[in-house]
Design a binder for this molecule. Structure first.
Ligand SMILES: Nc1ncnc2c1ncn2[C@@H]1O[C@H](COP(=O)(O)OP(=O)(O)O)[C@@H](O)[C@H]1O
Ligand SMILES: [Mg+2]
Length: 366
């Protein structure tokens, strides 16, 4: 989606990805199929490019540094270094005074057992590295068996954090350019099912004051990081209106996919603008919208029949062209625009439920 957008803006694209059938390859002028630490592929990518960016966090920071020695890389590799590792991310937030869940770093079953004693209620054990879509996480409580939990998570380092009784999850996307100007999308409201984003509602159904707090917080984080590019800030909203930062991602984000239809400038275009030194674009909402992720589970009886979806006014179907559908794998998404959020959700259920039923899945909740 980033490459498609860059293409529309008149750029040529070189892509490095270990997977020869990666979704960007059909729209790239140059596709380098190599691991992310292949230094000759990294050199070729740098030589072919004027500016390099990324849309995936599990890249060795050393690889970005190699490219940065001869080409501009945005966001700066030091930002990925913080955001790709939960301990560094949590330490950054804490030392900078940004509100976040209470946490403890653990590297063994005995440290886990000690840490559990300092949390009175439910907790979450999260792998320090490589987690996504709720993977590498275990919900625990004070009575949990720490030896068993440590064996189950099977990672060298993890973060134990308090379970947050949030009333809502929201996210904010902020873009910042090299001149230090920032533009923030209004907050997105997110619902996760089994740790995976199920839907995003835009604009988030929150009071204006909370939206403003969330946007201010995102800008302050972007400034503190020295961001040039795009940053997603995932937040928990508490019943008293406070916000806690859950995660940072220095890239386009799943919750921002609907900006392609709902804003004059999409998150993809905004990232390209920011890293290419162009003026940042207008992000005021054009329409209420809801996005549903299309997971591989829907492919259980083969590829769904998209004809009724395509016939729905206000529906935009995005399929990523991934070759294999696996349960929980994000295969595409569906954005619905309507005159109200309620109507967009109703349209979403109406179009999605027959497909879900065919795949043996329960209907969407409202
Ligand atoms: N401390 C927590 N308290 C309550 N729910 C949590 C907590 N941490 C994560 N979650 C839930 O799990 C989802 C995924 O966790 P997250 O830390 O964002 O990891 P990732 O998105 O990288 O898989 C969150 O969006 C939220 O729904
Ligand atoms: Mg997350």
């Amino acid at each position: 989606m980033l490459a498609l957008t860059a293409r529309r803006m008149g750029y040529r694209i070189a892509t490095l990805d270990p997977d020869p059938s990666c979704p960007a390859s059909p729209v790239s002028d140059l596709t380098l199929t190599a691991s992310f630490d292949d230094s000759s592929a990294l050199r070729r990518l740098a030589e072919a490019s004027d500016v390099v960016t990324y849309e995936f966090e599990n890249i060795p920071v050393e690889s970005l540094r190699q490219i940065a020695s001869c080409r501009s890389v945005f966001p700066d590799p030091s930002i990925l270094h913080i955001c790709q590792h939960r301990e560094r991310e949590r330490d950054f937030l804490k030392s900078s005074g940004f509100p976040a869940p209470r946490y403890s770093v653990v590297t063994s079953a005995s440290e886990l057992s000690e840490a559990l004693k300092s949390f009175p209620g439910k907790t979450r054990l999260k792998s320090s590295a490589f987690g996504y879509d709720g993977k590498g996480q275990l919900p625990l409580d004070p009575k949990s068996d720490s030896i068993q939990a440590w064996e189950q998570i099977r990672v060298p380092r993890a973060v134990l954090e308090e379970h947050v009784p949030f009333i809502r999850e929201i996210s904010v996307l902020v873009a910042r350019n090299a001149q230090g100007r920032s533009v923030t999308f209004p907050p997105f409201e997110n619902r996760h099912v089994n740790g995976i984003l199920e839907r995003t509602i835009f604009p988030a159904r929150i009071p204006d004051a909370i939206a403003k707090d969330a946007m201010d917080l995102a800008v302050r984080i972007a400034v503190k990081l020295g961001l040039v590019g795009l940053l997603a800030v995932e937040l928990f909203e508490l019943s008293d209106g406070r916000l806690l930062v859950n995660e940072l991602a220095p890239r386009v984000h799943n919750s921002g996919h609907l900006t392609a239809e709902a804003c004059p400038t999409s998150q993809f275009e905004q990232q390209i603008r920011a890293v290419c030194g162009l003026p940042l674009g207008d992000v005021s909402p054009l329409t209420p919208a809801v996005m549903f992720n299309l997971l591989g589970d829907l492919w259980k009886q083969g590829e769904p029949d998209w004809a009724p979806v395509l016939a729905t006014p206000g529906a935009s179907l995005h399929l990523y062209g991934k070759s294999e559908a696996r349960p929980g794998r994000k295969m595409g998404h569906l954005t619905l625009r309507a005159s109200s959020i309620r109507e967009a959700i109703r349209l979403g259920s109406k179009t999605m439920n027959p497909i879900r039923q065919k795949a043996g899945l329960p209907p969407l909740l409202d």
